[in-house]
Design a protein around this ligand. Sequence first.
Ligand code: ZN
Length: 133
Amino acid sequence: MNKVEHIGIAVNSVKLAGNIYEKLLNTPVYKTEIIDSEGVLTAFLQTGPNKIELLQALNEDSPIAKFIAQKGEGIHHIAFEVDDIVAEMQRLKSEGFILLNDEPKRGADNKLVCFVHPKSANGVLIELCQSIS
Ligand code: ZN
């Protein structure tokens, strides 16, 4: 894996949280995007080389709605950038990690993504992401 690509934060409102993070980081939200398959609205901020992804549930079936119901707002996942997501998924599977999807799927910000179950990673949801060129 190359680096932390972004940190995902579950929020009740991308609009309200976006305002707070814009002040905190002193930089504007540069992109918002709906991911239909996950039922989420996302917003991205960048500070130096680091990115923050804010995630708001758009319906009750969204994983973000379930997360907030259980744990409240807060850090939801850490995403790592990889060059070859399929190879990395195979490597992790062979190491015994539980992947939440069998095939890479389309994520926010022009990425292919796959999630690793938090049970496999000491309670942290891990996202692999590869840029779609
Ligand atoms: Zn993410």
